[in-house]
Design a protein. Structure first.
Length: 590
């Protein structure tokens, strides 16, 4: 939980101990013990159920609070609301249950109920600014950006004249790609509190994502001059320069920051990524090596050091670096890359499977990811039945484990894609249908169906299904990107496609697939120079053959024929079976 929320929501009300009959107390203690055991095993669903059972028997609000917190962590909305109801009954003057119920209602998509619960929380807290800030910390952590924005917009109207509310609404509006609303509220926050530095920096960032780069840099430059000694302001100005494509200026400013603040991790990190995207591997390696000693960036640094070593063909060093990535957003990918190296470069399939299995056992929160990865390896080894049996056996041992069900769904997706890659479209369709019979309406399986329709040349069916999915999940950047790309690539609906891709890019600005889509839609709109900028950035981030094919087309359209043909030749050597490269080769008569 964020720091502010933790500070204001953590304290428990003082209540007398239970005075239950002995047999009832034994039942309470048993449920609490089973809940503790489940927590240690990372079985959050079971832990929440046991704590709720204890709360329904106990007279202590703290037990209900614990059930609520575990349900919140496990994203068990309905169970959480039952725990909240018990908490409210036992502690009617406590405002904190309303914060949690607001979160549960938000996750369930019940906007009006969420608004009323958050409204009650703010009024009982008695501090509008602090209450709105706490609600923002709740909403900012949720993936449904559109829903979160709608809730905060209503609360800002109910508690007017609060800079914290406008600031929060501006940040959420950026996430939901409502840039007009974001600008309006960022300005309102600065007008209400002109000296609030965070609000002024937010205004600069909002101008940038709204496409008003020069205005954004003007605001940031003024702030940097006004707060010359404030490192955070200088860093944010450098980051805005990077985002605006002014890499040389950004590097100069970051170097200056390091001269006055030697070893500052945030500046080192920014320079590391700049060097990486520009292909300066030696500089990137040096910068990431400097970050290894900082606990905040340690795992990330080792992950990218592994990527650099892998790119340079030093597979032993790559696996050594990946082995140190045991937490954070790159932990799973690091283990997948280690297994891939062991399988393809070291010819050790059993070792690759063992590595994934042992990592999952040592890190239970990643166990389902490792099971999926083992399934993928078994597929590569030509053992699809063993892959499916692996997940089925795990589900038989733990039928209520949601992570395993997610892994099962993912394996259906992988099996279907594997069949499609071999051109066995009927088989792929049958696999997805089997999966949907077991997991009705699952988003991942339906998304895979849409991609399968596209592979089969059934573009209209793909678009219809993607439009349904986007309507149901308007804040999913992958779905927005898939729909936008398909509309521009096959249906000449370029302006509409651009809108979807812009929304996706605002949510996930460093995703090479989305950056590639933006480059491609700009190419289809005839803006070749802008297209080239996006596609080159995407290709620096990921040397994907489809991105390379798009770059070939753009260079050819710009008259850079030799550059286009050289790129086509080298990438075809690396990816001779790429459908996209073969297609562009035929079109160019090569």
């Amino acid at each position: 939980m964020p720091v502010l929320a933790a500070a204001l929501l953590a304290a428990c009300a003082t209540t007398p101990a239970d005075r239950a009959p002995a047999d009832r107390q034994v039942a309470i203690d048993t449920h609490l013990l089973l809940g503790d055991v489940a927590l240690e095993r990372q079985q959050l669903d079971t832990a929440a159920e046991e704590f709720l059972a204890a709360a329904l028997l106990s007279e202590r609000p703290g037990v209900a609070e614990r059930a609520t917190r575990v349900a919140h962590q496990a994203e068990l909305n309905e169970l959480g609301l039952r725990a909240v109801a018990r908490w409210r009954a036992l502690a009617p003057m406590d405002e904190r249950p309303y914060w949690f119920s607001g979160v549960f209602e938000t996750r369930a998509g019940r906007v009006n109920r969420a608004i009323e619960d958050f409204d009650t929380f703010i009024r009982r807290l008695g501090d509008d600014a602090a209450g709105l800030a706490l609600v923002f910390e709740a909403l900012g952590a949720e993936p449904t950006a559109g829903t979160a924005t709608a809730i905060m917009a209503e609360l800002t109207e109910r508690f007017p004249g609060t800079s914290a509310g406008h600031y929060a609404l501006a940040r959420l509006a950026i996430r939901s790609s409502d840039f007009d609303l974001a600008l309006e509220n960022a300005r309102a926050a600065t007008e209400l509190e002109p000296d609030w530095l965070d609000a002024r920096l937010l205004l600069a960032r909002t101008l940038l994502v709204a496409g008003r780069s020069q205005e954004a840099l003007d605001v940031a430059a003024a702030l940097a001059a006004e707060h010359e000694g404030v490192v955070e302001v200088q860093l944010q100005y450098a980051e805005l320069l990077l985002s605006a494509g002014r890499g040389e200026e950004a590097e100069q400013r970051l170097d200056e920051i390091l001269r006055t603040n030697p070893g500052l991790p945030e500046a080192v990190r920014a320079l590391a990524f700049l060097a990486l995207t520009e292909g300066r591997m030696e500089d990137a390696e040096q910068r990431f090596s400097e970050l290894r000693g900082d606990p905040r960036y340690r795992s990330e640094a080792f992950y990218y050091l592994g990527r650099i070593a892998e790119t340079e063909g030093d597979f032993l060093q790559a696996t050594r670096s990946y082995a140190r990535v045991t937490d954070g957003t790159h932990a799973v990918e690091a283990q997948l890359r280690t297994a891939r190296i062991m399988l393809t470069e070291l010819d050790d399939s059993e070792g690759a499977l063992r590595h994934l299995r042992e990592f999952g056992e040592a890190n239970p929160r990643f166990s389902s990811n490792m099971l999926v990865a083992q399934g993928q390896l078994l597929l590569q080894m030509g053992q699809p039945e063993q892959a499916m049996q692996l997940i089925r056996d795990a589900l038989a041992a733990a039928p209520n484990d949601q992570n395993l069900h997610d892994a099962h769904v993912q394996l259906y997706v992988i099996l279907a894609q594997d069949a499609a890659d071999r051109g066995e479209f009927d088989r792929a369709e049958a696999i997805l249908e089997e999966g949907l019979q077991q997991y009705k309406g699952d988003q991942s399986l339906r998304y895979s169906q849409a991609l399968l329709y596209e592979d089969q040349g059934k573009g209209r069916k793909a678009v219809a299904l993607l439009e349904e999915l986007v309507a149901e999940n308007p804040d999913d950047s992958a779905l927005l990107n898939a729909l936008g790309y398909l509309l521009t690539d096959q249906f000449d609906r370029h302006e509409e496609a651009r809108g979807y891709i812009q929304r996706a890019l605002a949510m996930d600005p460093d995703n090479p697939a989305i950056i590639d889509s933006m480059g491609w839609v700009l190419f289809r709109l005839g803006d070749y120079e802008a297209s080239l900028d996006y596609l080159e950035r995407a290709y620096r981030l990921e040397q994907d053959p489809e991105i390379a094919a798009h770059l070939v087309d753009v260079h050819w359209a710009l008259g850079n024929r030799e550059r286009a043909l050289e790129l086509l030749r080298t990438t075809l050597e690396q990816h001779p079976n790429s459908r996209h490269l073969r297609e562009v080769s035929r079109r160019l008569g090569q």
